[in-house]
Design a protein around this ligand. Structure first.
Ligand code: 5GP
Ligand code: MN
Length: 340
């Protein structure tokens, strides 16, 4: 991962000159969001900064353990406190998101008005301009970028086990346990250095991936056996699921994490989606098996979203049935192959 020398030296200046550091990450945080934020928290704590994480909303149970012994504010639970913290911060680190809009409307407004120094550490395409942009869309995860940034800041390759645990967790969640975004040899050097701190990879994997409730596992079974629609000719598939169906399985945030990937397990399917009804909107997740189907472009063009070439998300404020109708037409028209 190539870094501009001036970016690292400016970041060092910002860290030296500023005492209060706040880390913010995206709405509906995943393992990479919480992994990168907590690793950065721990690093700043080690160098004696006044540091805090602002998380926009609910943290899924399977990654909650990463937040042990950190200071964090969930903005949806205590917006006033999150706002105050952000307004008082000297240095803001934006982790695992490329744009202020990714942390929700209320926080976006506050971020847009902040005058402090802002440093982005991320791997999504098209980053919004911050004071420093450590933006590496080719990286597997933000956690991989964080390791590289910390290595250049500190000169060290092996960090304390709690930092390594956070970074390892983010890499594993964002690569589906090294099954995608996993072709770069540099990634395995990072993982090797994380393991050198003595962390137990198998135990972390169990904590993240083997913590399903019975309801969550049943919801997965229901989604695949009852809700999967496959379009053989178009090599596409999707699952659409309503709020009332989710409620039958006592849906908890994070319970649909990873469900979209099951559609791609079908031989002959190159593009897929998970469409799920939430309180006030429809959430969309898109995946593809090949760079020639750029779901980031598709999500940006049609579904108010974005992400990566082979994994992206979006949203709609139409009804579930309207979204399904429109999306089905897009499949028949092969609109998911977006021409420039
Ligand atoms: P997921 O489908 O797992 O929620 O998200 C897949 C990828 O797309 C993630 O990298 C995520 O950050 C990105 N993504 C998900 N939803 C949105 C969205 O609404 N807007 C943008 N720009 N990116 C999104
Ligand atoms: Mn990520």
């Amino acid at each position: 991962m190539k870094f501009k020398t001036k970016d690292i030296s400016h970041f060092k200046d910002y860290i030296r000159e500023n005492k209060t550091v706040t880390i913010i990450t995206h709405y509906n945080p995943d393992g990479d969001a919480i992994g990168s934020s907590t690793a950065l928290f721990r690093y700043f704590k080690l160098i004696m900064k006044d540091v805090c994480i602002v998380v926009p909303n609910y943290i899924p149970h399977s990654i909650e353990f990463l937040l042990e012994n950190t200071d964090y504010i969930i903005a949806e639970a205590d917006f006033k406190k999150a706002k105050k913290r952000l307004q008082e911060t000297d240095l803001l680190i934006i982790a695992d998101m490329n744009d202020n809009s990714r942390c929700g409307d209320n926080l976006e407004k506050i971020l847009n008005e902040l005058n402090c120094k802002k440093v982005l550490i991320d791997h999504h395409v098209l980053p919004f301009g911050y004071d420093i942009n450590f933006s590496y869309p080719e990286a597997s995860s933000t956690c991989e970028v964080v390791w590289n940034v910390l290595y250049r800041l500190s000169g060290k390759k092996v960090f304390p086990p709690d930092i390594s645990t956070s970074l390892y967790a983010g890499i594993m969640t964002d690569t589906g346990s090294l099954s995608f975004s996993c072709n770069d040899p540099g990634l395995y050097i990072v993982i090797s250095n994380l393991l050198k701190s003595g962390i137990k990879a198998n135990k972390i994997n169990q904590k993240i991936f083997d913590t399903y409730s019975k309801n969550r596992l049943s919801l997965l079974g229901y989604a695949i056996s009852r809700k999967l629609r496959v379009f053989d000719k178009q090599r596409a598939a999707f699952i659409a699921i309503s709020l009332s169906e989710l409620e039958k399985f006592n849906y908890q945030p994070g319970d649909l994490e990873g469900v979209v990937n099951y559609c791609l397990k079908l031989e002959g399917v190159d593009f897929c989606a998970l469409i799920s009804e939430r309180d006030k909107k429809i959430r969309m997740s898109f995946r593809s098996k090949d760079e020639s189907i750029d779901v980031n472009k598709f999500a940006r063009k049609y579904w108010n979203g974005g992400g990566h070439v082979m994994a992206a998300g979006g949203k709609s404020f139409m009804s579930l049935s309207e979204v399904v109708k429109c999306f089905t037409e897009q499949i028949y028209n092969m609109d998911f192959i977006v021409k420039d």
